[in-house]
Design a protein around this ligand. Structure first.
Ligand code: C2E
Ligand code: CA
Ligand code: CA
Ligand code: CA
Length: 269
């Protein structure tokens, strides 16, 4: 008899069995995607209050031979679980750094920074710092133009480890942005201790701007706090001119969202 309860249940439950098979198939095709170069990095502009692009966020896509363009929400969670996020995140870093080097040749783009998302599992790798430093050295990208986006939730998993790695990378002039700010539960003490350069106001606060006075109050509070801590502040998910106006009226002067451009392949930027 099977001692392993989980396997037994899965074996006798057709729905769950199908789930497992689907996951295995997805995992396999994700490995192939990495090997065969099916990942794409899309770029979404980040714009200042005068409409100038200051940088981009790189967002991964999977160009699946049959299914077409697959959004990250459909494969990042499994990549996290299986550990494939580590080579995938490495690919993203490499692609971003290569792009920075190309832009270094273009006068009007040489100051643009690229922000990339770092997953928890990726940050927890003991050689994470060495990996980032190696990609920078090998590509020759300017470290101060690379911005790593971390979430509060991720940082709270192991604050000491995160702080130590961030501090090490900060010595190379790599910068950090706290993504989805306001949705996690980070205490203000962490904000003080983390070597951040930017807070990114979560889309959920931007959504309600203009309709909900509390959303405005939250934005104003985040901006004031960021200013006092010497941090930049950017708002994500800006879709309307009204939202942008409310943000700028409350001191947030960098924006990212469909109002300025969706994530697109590099040729379309
Ligand atoms: P995120 O880091 O919060 O990225 C912002 C998401 O909001 C992106 O979705 C972007 O396309 C979308 N977005 C941007 N502007 C607007 C807007 O005005 N309105 C609306 N409704 N949405 C907007 P996307 O590209 O599907 O990425 C989803 C999430 O997947 C990201 O959320 C990030 O957590 C994760 N992700 C994307 N690329 C990577 C990656 O290279 N590595 C890791 N670890 N995670 C990634
Ligand atoms: Ca992000
Ligand atoms: Ca975000
Ligand atoms: Ca968000």
């Amino acid at each position: 008899a099977k001692e392993d309860g989980r396997n037994t249940v899965r074996f006798f439950n057709p729905e769950m069995q199908q789930g497992v098979l689907e996951r295995l198939a997805l995992e396999k095709s994700l490995r192939i995607a990495l090997q065969e170069g099916q990942l794409r990095l899309f770029y979404q502009p980040q714009v200042d209050h005068q409409g100038r692009i200051t940088g981009v966020e790189g967002l991964v896509r999977w160009q699946h031979p049959q299914r077409g363009l697959v959004p990250p929400g459909e494969f990042i969670p499994l990549a996290e679980e299986t550990g494939l996020i580590v080579p995938m995140g490495q690919w993203v870093l490499q692609a971003a750094c290569e792009q920075l080097v190309r832009w270094a040749q273009v006068p009007e783009r040489r100051d643009w920074c690229i922000a990339v998302n770092i997953s928890g599992r990726q940050l927890r790798q003991p050689d994470f710092v060495a990996q980032v430093v190696q990609v920078l050295a090998q590509t020759g990208a300017a470290p101060e133009l690379l911005k790593l986006e971390l979430t509060e939730t991720l940082l709270l998993e192991n604050p000491q480890d995160a702080i130590q790695k961030m501090a090490a990378l900060q010595k190379y002039r790599v910068r950090f942005s706290l993504d989805d700010f306001g949705t996690g539960y980070s205490s203000l003490a962490y904000l003080r201790d983390l070597p951040l350069s930017q807070l990114k106001i979560d889309k959920s606060f931007v959504n309600n701007l203009g309709q909900d006075d509390r959303a405005t109050a939250i934005v104003r509070t985040i901006v004031t706090m960021a200013n006092n801590l010497g941090l930049d502040v950017i708002a994500e998910g800006v879709e309307t001119a009204e939202q942008q106006q409310a943000l700028s009226a409350n001191g947030c002067l960098i924006y990212q969202g469909y109002l300025f451009g969706k994530p697109v392949p590099i040729e379309e930027l």
